[in-house]
Design a protein around this ligand. Structure first.
Ligand SMILES: O=c1ccn([C@@H]2O[C@H](COP(=O)(O)OP(=O)(O)O[C@H]3O[C@H](CO)[C@@H](O)[C@H](O)[C@H]3O)[C@@H](O)[C@H]2O)c(=O)[nH]1
Length: 485
């Protein structure tokens, strides 16, 4: 921590979804390693899932091991407003409505308790709030409590910028009407050109009355009140977009946020039981395995899943196929085509969840068929694994553009049309074997270098992280009337 004059105490609240909880846990550990006291709040549901998935290792506190090794991370859980057994996947909109309308009341009550507890005990008083940008209430609550607010953005800066400029898109007729313009968008600061079909799915929708739209509109309104934005991206990957955002507000690219070196972290993050694929991967030749996963959130239609499964069979490549229990729907537990398991048993394994970073860093893996979640893309780049994009929802369409059009480290299957097994199989073979695959491998080495350099002690992300800690310390000092550095 800057000068170590006084420890800072941050309350950290991740969005209660797997793709947000993972980088939040790693960021909390990073902050604690720099001397922060962290009060980390998971929902009871997320905690329940994590401990169910790792029953032998997790008690009441997922950070118990980190605490033993000297990190000051205190762990709390809070209700998201729904019963533990409620199926949040199949009742997605009801879950989101609860996060929109009910969650803030539970959170505010707990934050107040933590503040009172920390000022009455000998521990560091709370100095700031760090919360996911998708929440609709952090700047409102932090203002009430007189705390600086740091907004944590878990997607690319490009995606932040497009949401941030929703009004501009609306004014220019690219968003928010029944017949949106279809020509290139070239007026967003720091975004030279983007096609409307590369916008996030929520900005391509014509029905804007859904609960998710209400969340996005409110969240980006609330984010205007943030003191700082920290983003899981890398300056060198999105320099112009980041510079343009910095004109309005301090915006720090501090990614990639994951345990570098990719040893299995001793803090559990998975909501599902992980299968260990190492032994199976050890038996396969280098670069011969395609890793297939659609992340934790989006659903794949049964028809698309069938075509992908047949495409895998036709391609003849080896594969690790992650099929989480609700990948099609919680009430469709067995969505694979009949005979698939039998036909593929010599060259593929199917798991409900795995340690993805361990799989991607195994030398046997030569390609990644992904839905383009941002964590998956960063992890694939870090491991130098070229990407076959199959975006399904939200930022994944925009992330596909970065991968395929800007960085040229992969190709795509057009998920907007009815997909066909022959196309899937041809694209898999192009990625894994062809000359084109070699080109992607060459390009991805360069992008990987950018990520690695950014993570070094004198790299951009480390410098930005240090600057963020310094600026936050100054702001906290100003608000409390004491000089902390
Ligand atoms: O078997 C698996 C599959 C995934 N993962 C991990 O789960 C995370 C998945 O994150 P991501 O690839 O970003 O996908 P989602 O889970 O779908 O994440 C949501 O959150 C992301 C960050 O906001 C968005 O970019 C996505 O579009 C959104 O769906 C990654 O860290 C993976 O390593 C595993 O550990 N094991």
């Amino acid at each position: 921590m800057a000068n170590n004059h006084q420890r800072l105490h941050a309350i950290f609240i991740p969005y209660p979804l797997q793709g947000h909880v993972i980088p939040s846990i790693h960021l909390a550990i990073k902050l604690a390693s720099r001397g922060f006291t962290i009060s980390f709040i998971n929902t009871q549901f997320i905690h329940h899932q994590i401990s169910k998935a790792q029953p032998d290792t997790i008690g009441d506190n997922i950070f118990a091991e980190a605490h033993k090794s000297g990190l000051d991370i205190r762990y709390y859980t809070v209700s998201d407003g729904l019963p533990l057994g409620f199926d949040r996947s199949i009742n997605h909109d009801q879950f989101m409505a609860s996060l929109l309308h009910v969650f803030s009341a539970h959170i505010e009550e707990l934050i107040r308790k933590i503040i009172i507890k920390s000022s009455s005990n000998s521990i560091q008083p709370v100095n700031c709030l760090i919360a996911d940008t998708f929440f609709v209430w952090p700047s409102m609550i932090s203002k009430k409590l007189g705390l600086p607010y740091v907004s944590f953005w878990t997607e690319p800066a490009l995606v932040y910028s497009l949401y941030y400029h929703m009004d501009l898109l609306r004014k220019n007729g690219h968003f928010g009407s029944n017949d949106n313009r279809e020509d290139t968008i070239n007026y967003i600061p720091g975004v030279p050109a983007i096609e409307p079909t590369d916008l996030m799915s929520y900005l391509q929708d014509t029905d804007l009355s859904t609960v998710v739209h209400e969340i996005i509109f409110k969240a980006f309104d609330d984010a205007k009140g943030a003191d700082f934005i920290i983003c899981n991206t890398v300056q060198e990957l999105e320099p112009e977009t980041i510079s343009a955002l910095q004109v309005d507000k301090p915006f720090y690219a501090i990614g990639p946020i994951f345990p570098t070196g990719f040893t299995k972290s001793n803090v559990a993050t998975s909501l599902w039981v992980e299968s260990d694929c190492t032994q199976w991967l050890d038996s396969k030749p280098n670069g011969s395995v395609l890793y297939v996963s659609f992340g934790s959130y989006a659903h794949v239609s049964k028809n698309d899943l069938t075509e992908i499964a047949h495409g895998l069979l036709l391609s003849k490549v080896n594969f690790v196929f992650v099929l989480r229990p609700d990948v099609v729907s919680s009430d469709e537990p067995d969505p694979l085509p009949e005979g698939f398991l039998e036909e593929s048993k010599d060259r593929g394994i199917i798991v409900q969840w795995c340690c993805q970073i361990a799989v991607l860093s195994h030398p046997a893996v030569g390609g990644f068929l992904t839905h383009c979640g941002w964590n998956s893309i960063l992890e694939s780049i870090w491991c130098g694994v070229p990407i076959l994009c199959f975006p399904l929802l939200t930022d994944q369409f925009t992330n596909r553009k970065l991968v395929v059009d800007d960085w040229r480290i992969g190709l795509d299957i057009d998920s907007r049309k009815l997909i066909a097994r022959k196309e899937v199989s041809a694209k898999i073979n192009r990625l894994m074997e062809d000359k084109l695959g070699q080109e992607f491998r060459k390009e991805i080495k360069e992008v990987k270098k950018a990520l690695q350099n950014a993570s070094k002690d004198d790299g951009s992300s480390e410098k930005n992280f240090n600057q963020f800690v310094k600026d936050l310390t100054v702001l906290i000092g100003q608000k409390s009337g004491t000089q902390l550095v």
